[in-house]
Design a protein around this ligand. Sequence first.
Ligand SMILES: C[S@@+](CC[C@H](N)C(=O)[O-])C[C@H]1O[C@@H](n2cnc3c(N)ncnc32)[C@H](O)[C@@H]1O
Ligand code: FES
Length: 453
Amino acid sequence: MEPFRFHLFVCTQQKPEGVPSCPSRGSLAVLDALDREIQGRGLNSDVQLTTCGCMGLCDEGPMMVVYPEAVWYRRVQPSDVSEIVNSHLRDGKPVGRLLWNDAAAMKATAVEHGAKFRAAMAVRDKAGVLPDHLDQMIRGYMPSRCLLTALELDIFSAVGEGANAQQVGTKIHANARAVGMLLNALVALGLLSKSGDDYKNTPESARFFVQSSKDNHRNGLLHTANIWHRWSTLTDAICRGTRIPIDRDNTPEWTQHFIAGMQRNAKDRAPLVVKAVGTAGVRRILDLGGGSGAYSIAFAKASLQVQCEILDLPEVVPLTADYVNRAGLSAQVRLRAGDMLRDDFGSGYDIIMLNAICHMFSEEQNQDLFRRAHRSLAPHGRLIVQDFILNPDKTGPQHAALFSLNMLVGTDAGASYSEVEYTRWMKAAGFSEVCRIDLRGPSDLIVGRVKRE
Ligand SMILES: C[S@@+](CC[C@H](N)C(=O)[O-])C[C@H]1O[C@@H](n2cnc3c(N)ncnc32)[C@H](O)[C@@H]1O
Ligand code: FES
């Protein structure tokens, strides 16, 4: 049985630099072109496009197979894609010049490739060579650091419609020789293209990293660039058991990038939370550490009956006010400057939200927050915690386990916590019904309900 009329497999097997592979011959561009062509022609429900691993025919790549006929194409280039879609997928005629249908030769090539590969691996293993995946993990900070520096220096805006290293260096007041080295590395990483001495943004870089683009993420990503400096203290933080303060933390600029970074995530997640929690019967919401106000804004937009109150630190509230005013919701979303660890919350709330908050605090601080939230909720009110939730043994999901270290280097006593811990704290605080709601993406909800007449 075939659920689709055609099923396309494109090989995207990554191999070490210098080893022949489909990606090194352009299979990722082929995949992208196929995806665009299929979407553009509205063929999504007829054609399934899938990436696959090595087929043993790397020297002839990029390789692609079309089922149900099991037609094998070799040396496919993006410029071949519209012909494949027109001739094969639309008219049912495979593209002869790209076909490879000599089964005996293909099998011999694949078998020979497999034998050579296993022999090469055995030699490396015997010699004690560090496996590629470990080597890549160890050097993984290099591409990340290049991109973060490019964002810090606003390189992509400086490249604009096209510029050479000298012109970019002049614009950003940096050394032209060093700028040239960074630009070349960004080309190697696929974030710029180069022709002669001139560099250009790729469509993705132009869209997401150039200041004037409507989808520019640079401001929010500068928070990740700031956090990089904290991660450099990880070794010392592990030895000391808590964060090592660094000078550049918590300046006004740092706080602005932090809240922009929070808003970048929260604006996508807020509609999911509103959908999962609902607004029926909800009149008053307390949003503890509301940051950019994205969650309160989403609830206020979803129901005119809802009044939200955001409690955040005094240095953050003016930033929150800008986001709320820009959304035109200052009548429905009120702001309070204070400290959630000390201030009285008030009473009678239908919902108290802790979005991306609990990981900043210790177990004891969270238990205290939960107890005080329980007292401040109306009968049948709900406490909503959204966070990266660890498995019971705390070794995954990977994002949550790594984020726990992000809190080690950034807070006095924060960490990622497990569902078991959140549930225990909520029950101890008096919540009688506690459940987990899985959201799409890296964070989920733990919801506790008050039962009080
Ligand atoms: C990780 S951000 C989450 C922001 C927002 N809830 C979201 O998900 O986008 C943490 C927020 O808590 C605020 N915050 C940290 N400590 C606080 C405290 N003691 N009292 C009030 N707000 C605090 C920060 O200023 C920041 O806005
Ligand atoms: S890498 Fe694609 S066939 Fe080997």
